[in-house]
Write a protein that binds this ligand. Sequence first.
Ligand SMILES: C[S@@+](CC[C@H](N)C(=O)[O-])C[C@H]1O[C@@H](n2cnc3c(N)ncnc32)[C@H](O)[C@@H]1O
Length: 296
Amino acid sequence: MREDEFIVHRSVMVEEVLEFLRPKPGGTYVDCTVGGGGHSLEILRRTGGKCRIIGIDRDPEIIKKARARLREFEGSVVLVNERFSNLDRVLNDAGIHRVDGFVFDLGISSFQIDVAERGFSFLKDGPLDMRMDRSGELTAYEIVNEYDEEELARILKDYGEEPLARKIAREIVKLRPVKTTVELARIVSRVYRSVYGNRSHKHPATKTFQALRIAVNDEIEELKKALKKTLNYLRLGGRIVVISFHSIEDRIVKNFFRDNTGVLKILTKKPLYPTGEEIKSNPRARSARMRVAEKC
Ligand SMILES: C[S@@+](CC[C@H](N)C(=O)[O-])C[C@H]1O[C@@H](n2cnc3c(N)ncnc32)[C@H](O)[C@@H]1O
């Protein structure tokens, strides 16, 4: 039995997504991060399978999971292994010109984080990989072992908002080669301990791993490009729903909505957060926040 056969991804803020998306029969919805298909499945159920879903994911292994999960609605679903920054190509190929709603549930899924060999987890030892799409050339190993100290520190600071970026980068460079996720996590933990003692709520390597993952997968540019492209397809009254998991992503979404007022009406002045109950039953929801805008 493979390790990932035991893994289940629990979708975040499903009720809130449905409430804002208001899926209706005959509508076309683009799930830009289809993952395990959880949000898509609920959108389909809500319309009795009478809407159309275009599900995009850059990870080919995840597309297989979505296909299995959405099988009962297969006639209403098109799944495409692509980056969402190419959503224009996906929609043009499918002959779709107008969309009722886009959903982005950013980041990675449990299928990716919980499989040690993908290299996303600082708790499970694996290679420093972190590619969502394993055909990409850049891995976390190259960044950690080949970038100069200054560039490494910049990545940790800009993409992880890591206050100890300089010290961590210096330590990494000193101890190269760093081969595995747990090796890297230990280095970061040592730097944290030397500065803060044992006072840390989150795992000290959280920000470092977030930063490397963003850099490996070019996540900032991906999001900016994709958001811009949605505007060419959204129908009047159509909505963009974005769930993000850290402040860098959330800021991009907030600024994009604000910069397009006039074209977009912001429906969430402040981001929405999962309920306490959801966080209790699914701790991965704790850093989620959701913003929604409507084409006007
Ligand atoms: C949090 S999961 C989505 C879970 C999904 N909403 C569900 O309910 O099962 C995020 C997914 O987005 C995918 N992803 C992240 N960035 C992407 C990008 N730029 N283009 C396409 N897919 C992306 C990841 O591979 C991952 O499967």
